[in-house]
Design a protein around this ligand. Structure first.
Ligand SMILES: [Zn+2]
Length: 439
């Protein structure tokens, strides 16, 4: 206990000494608008970070995901991986962050890329999700290495492209190339904004599909001569609302998903379009008067660890088929995107190490949660084959993707202490034993 207290004191001291550096690093990141879409300034961001990390003794590689989805010469997908070696062989702890940020949107009262420091917070797009988390993990690693210079093993930090658009040119691309092979990396922490006192064990699954109903075009003044694809879609949406939605809401998961409302299966209609275009060839106006021969929706189905993806797909195919045969229309169903759920067990080593850190820093047990949306954990788990992976970071989940996004400097410092203590648990023990041997 006394040893643990001493360790917390040393790591906290090293973090506090780096507070100004943590602020400056976060600001430097936020001031590079790495917007996705389209994937701007990834090279500039990686160059800035490479210079910063090499100056502090990290070995840095900057890698382009050439040919991966989204990569082009206009918007190349660059990723950075940095490594800090310990004093002896041991395990590797890897912090995986993304440097892309979502579009700014309306409603800001601050400069989205000004990274203004005010009220103890840094303001701007990407502060919370998740450049603040990336900066925190770097400062945590450097504070730990200063407090425990004889540590065993290695610390890695990755800063990757395109998490916000699926991660195919970022974490998935690295995973396909063995970067998360359990033989070289044993623990992965993803500093996504899931609250400084919570550990996120995983996320629900996703299935996106597009459904198009078919009708027959006719003059809008004589609708009885046509067959409206919009009317068919209306019937389909009614069936979804009255039959499918109640069934999904009743399906509950044992995953500790936050917020509580996401602890069930959900379905959202992300988009709908039917009839003639309202915007064509630069013309913005009214659609021509026709009975709609096409109507299309995009379904966003979030499913639980307890459900099978095949069943999720079959349930929707059956529903669409049922309505189509009842009303006599044809349809197309196109699959767009799928993600399997990921869920790490609460007794995994990386979870226990972070939980001990949270208890030491905050004096209360860590909350174990799961995310309503997906993030890069799926790629580390499903492609990399590494199960010892979770999300832990200082941001407040509700602020992600919002106007006037911010990160609190105190939250970053506290989360850096938690990360530093977890590093001490995972990498410090062997060095303590080695020290005992040489004593
Ligand atoms: Zn994120």
């Amino acid at each position: 206990m006394a040893e643990a207290q001493g360790q917390l004191k040393a790591i906290r001291g090293a973090v506090v000494a780096r507070r100004a550096e943590l602020i400056a690093l976060t600001q430097a990141m936020v001031r590079i608008p790495t917007l996705n879409p389209p994937g701007r300034l990834y090279a500039e961001f990686c160059d800035m970070l490479r210079a910063r990390l090499e100056g502090a003794g990290w070995q840095v590689q900057v890698l382009r995901a050439t040919g991966a989805p989204g990569d082009s010469d206009a918007h190349p997908r660059w990723n950075l991986v940095a490594r800090l070696e310990g004093a002896a062989p041991g395990e590797t702890v890897h912090f995986n962050s993304h440097h892309d940020v979502v579009p700014v949107g309306a409603g800001w009262t601050r400069d989205p890329f000004g990274a203004e420091l005010d009220q103890g917070r840094i303001w701007g797009r990407g502060t919370c999700d998740m450049k603040g988390g990336l900066a925190t993990s770097i400062i945590a690693a450097e504070a730990f290495a200063a407090a425990v210079p004889a540590f065993a093993g290695a610390i890695e930090v990755s800063s990757v492209a395109d998490e916000e658009s699926g991660g195919f040119a970022g974490t998935a691309w690295l995973a396909q190339r063995g970067w998360f092979d359990p033989a070289r990396v044993q623990h992965v922490i993803i500093p996504e904004p899931l609250h400084k006192d919570s550990i996120c064990l995983g996320h629900r699954g996703v299935w996106w599909a597009e459904v198009e109903t078919h009708g027959r075009i006719a003059h809008g003044s004589m609708p009885f001569l046509g067959d409206s694809a919009i009317a068919h879609m209306g019937a389909l949406l009614h069936e979804i609302d009255t039959v499918l939605q109640p069934a999904l809401a009743a399906r509950r998961t044992a995953m500790p998903v936050i917020p509580e409302g996401a602890r069930a299966s959900t379905l959202n209609i992300n988009a709908i379009h039917g009839g003639e275009p309202e915007q064509a060839q630069g013309y913005t106006g009214l659609p021509t008067p026709c009975v709609a021969d096409r109507c299309r929706i995009v379904l966003d189905r979030r499913f639980l660890a307890e459900e099978r993806l095949e069943d999720v797909k079959a349930e929707i195919r059956d529903l669409v088929g049922r309505v189509a045969s009842r009303r006599g229309f044809s349809f197309e169903l196109r699959e767009l995107f799928e993600v399997h759920p990921s869920m790490t067990t609460p007794d995994a080593p990386v979870v226990r190490a972070l939980a001990d850190g949270i208890a030491a820093v905050f004096g209360r047990p860590a909350a174990l949660v799961a995310s309503p949306g997906t993030y890069d954990q799926k790629h580390v788990d499903r492609i990399g084959g590494l199960k010892n992976v979770i999300a832990y970071g200082p941001g407040v989940l509700d602020l992600a993707h919002q106007p006037d996004e911010w990160i609190a400097v105190d939250d970053m410092c506290e989360a850096a202490c938690v990360m530093g203590l977890a590093l001490a648990t995972l990498l410090g023990r062997q060095s303590a034993e080695a020290a005992a041997c040489t004593a």
